[in-house]
Design a binder for this molecule. Structure first.
Ligand SMILES: NC(=O)c1ccc[n+]([C@@H]2O[C@H](COP(=O)([O-])OP(=O)(O)OC[C@H]3O[C@@H](n4cnc5c(N)ncnc54)[C@H](OP(=O)(O)O)[C@@H]3O)[C@@H](O)[C@H]2O)c1
Length: 342
C-alpha cells in the first residue's frame, strides 16, 4: 500500500509515496551486496526540490564506494569517505535525470514537472525513485528534448571532464591526449577537447578505436600494442583517466608549459604533484576547478550545442542493478551504464 506524503498540498502536484524503491548496499563487497528494497522517501527542505528519478548510472564511483576500492595510498580515507564497517551512504548513485515533483517553500527558480538533471556527487542517493537536490546546487534543466537516459549518461563523465578541462586553456591546435578515452570521463573529455578545436589522441584498446574516432579523436593509440609515453610525440595536455600514467611516466611527452590532469591519482602522486609542478614548470594536478551548478550548466550547454553526446554501453532496470554493477566491475565499459528507474 502507498500513501501520499502530507506535504503534498497542491492538488495539481503528483502524489509521492511515503516509501520508495531503492538499491541499497548495507555492507561492502561484490555486486550481490546491492539489494533492491523499500526505504523512506526523502522529504525536501525549504531550499530543495524533490526529483522523481527516471534514469541514473552505475559509475566507477559506485563500484569504488560499494567495494571499498580506493586508489593506492588512499586507504586512510576509507573511514571518512566510505564508512568504517559498512557504506556510510547505503543508497549509491551520484547523478540522476528526472522530473521535479515537489519544490520547497523557498525555491523560486524551479517548478513541479520540470525535467532536470542532478549531480549529488558524494552525497549519493540517486539509485532510487526519488532524490532531494538543493535548488541552488547542482541541478539544472535537461536541455531540449534530450531523453532521461541520455541526460543521465552525460552527467558523470561530462561533469568530471568539464571540471578538469577547466584547468587548461584549450585552443584550436592544442594537442590533447586522453588516457582511458573509452570510459565515461574519457569519452566526454575527447568530445569536449575536439569541440574546442584540439588535436585529440585517444588511448584505448583496438576494439574502441571506431568509437573514440566517432567522438572526435584524430589519432588512436592501442595501449596493448603501443606505449604513448615512449615515443617522440608531445602533447600540451594529458588527461589521465586510467591510473597508470603518473607524472614520472608522462613528463617526457609533455610539451613545455603543458599540463597533466590526473582525473585518477594515487596517494603518492597527489603528495608529489606540487613539487613536480614547481620543478618542471608544468601543471600537475588531481583537482578540477569548477563544480556544482556552474559545472552542470556547462555540461547542459555542451549537450545543447551538440558538443557532448551520450555514449551508452548498456542499460538495465533498477531491479536488475546488481548486473549493472557486475558489468561496471569488469573495468571494460564504454561510456555510461545507464539504469532506468521505472
Ligand atoms: N577525480 C574525480 O573527481 C573523478 C571523477 C570521476 C572519475 N574519476 C576516476 O577516473 C577514472 C576513470 O573513470 P571512468 O568513469 O571514465 O571509468 P570507466 O568508465 O570505468 O573506464 C572504463 C574504460 O577504461 C578503459 N581502460 C581500462 N584500462 C585501460 C588502459 N590500460 N588504458 C586505456 N584505457 C583503459 C577501458 O577500455 P578498454 O576496454 O579498451 O581497456 C574502458 O572503456 C576512475 O578511476 C575514476 O575513479 C575521478
Amino acid at each position: 500500500m502507498t500513501t501520499s506524503i502530507p506535504f503534498s498540498t497542491d492538488a495539481a502536484t503528483p502524489a509521492v509515496p511515503r516509501t520508495m524503491t531503492a538499491a541499497v548496499a548495507r555492507r561492502f563487497g561484490g555486486p550481490d551486496v546491492v539489494e533492491v528494497t523499500q526505504v523512506p522517501t526523502p522529504e525536501p527542505r525549504a531550499d530543495e526540490v524533490l526529483v522523481r528519478v527516471r534514469a541514473t548510472t552505475v559509475s566507477i564511483a559506485d563500484h569504488r564506494l560499494r567495494a571499498a576500492d580506493l586508489p593506492r595510498g588512499l586507504g586512510f580515507l576509507r573511514i571518512v569517505a566510505l564508512g568504517a564497517f559498512r557504506p556510510r551512504k547505503p543508497v549509491l548513485g551520484m547523478e540522476a535525470a528526472g522530473e521535479i515533483v515537489r519544490v520547497g517553500a523557498d525555491v523560486t527558480d524551479f517548478a513541479v514537472g520540470e525535467r532536470v538533471m542532478v549531480m549529488r556527487g558524494s552525497a549519493m542517493g540517486c539509485h532510487a525513485q526519488y532524490v532531494r537536490a538543493r535548488a541552488g546546487g547542482a541541478v539544472v534543466p535537461i536541455p531540449g528534448a534530450m531523453s532521461y537516459e541520455d541526460a543521465a549518461a552525460i552527467l558523470f563523465g561530462g561533469y568530471t571532464a568539464v571540471s578538469f578541462l577547466d584547468r587548461v586553456e584549450l585552443q584550436p591546435g592544442t594537442r590533447v591526449l586522453v588516457n582511458g578515452a573509452s570510459g565515461a570521463v574519457g569519452t566526454a573529455a575527447v568530445q569536449l577537447a575536439a569541440a574546442a578545436g584540439a588535436h585529440v589522441t585517444a588511448v584505448t584498446s583496438a576494439r574502441n578505436a571506431d568509437l573514440v574516432r566517432s567522438l572526435g579523436a584524430e589519432r588512436v593509440v592501442d595501449y596493448l600494442s603501443e606505449d604513448f609515453a615512449a615515443g617522440d610525440d608531445r602533447w600540451d595536455v594529458v588527461v589521465e583517466c586510467v591510473g597508470n600514467a603518473p607524472f614520472t611516466r608522462v613528463e617526457r611527452v609533455l610539451a613545455p608549459g603543458g599540463a597533466l590532469l590526473l582525473v585518477i591519482a594515487d596517494g603518492p602522486s597527489m603528495l608529489r604533484e606540487r613539487s613536480q609542478s614547481r620543478r618542471s614548470g608544468l601543471l600537475v594536478t588531481h583537482e578540477g576547478s569548477v563544480f556544482g551548478k556552474a559545472a552542470l550548466e556547462r555540461v547542459a550547454a555542451h549537450a545543447a550545442a551538440g558538443e557532448l553526446r551520450p555514449v551508452i554501453d548498456r542499460t538495465f532496470d533498477l531491479d536488475d542493478i546488481a548486473r549493472a554493477h557486475r558489468y561496471v566491475d569488469t573495468g571494460r565499459k564504454r561510456g555510461a551504464v545507464v539504469v532506468r528507474v521505472p
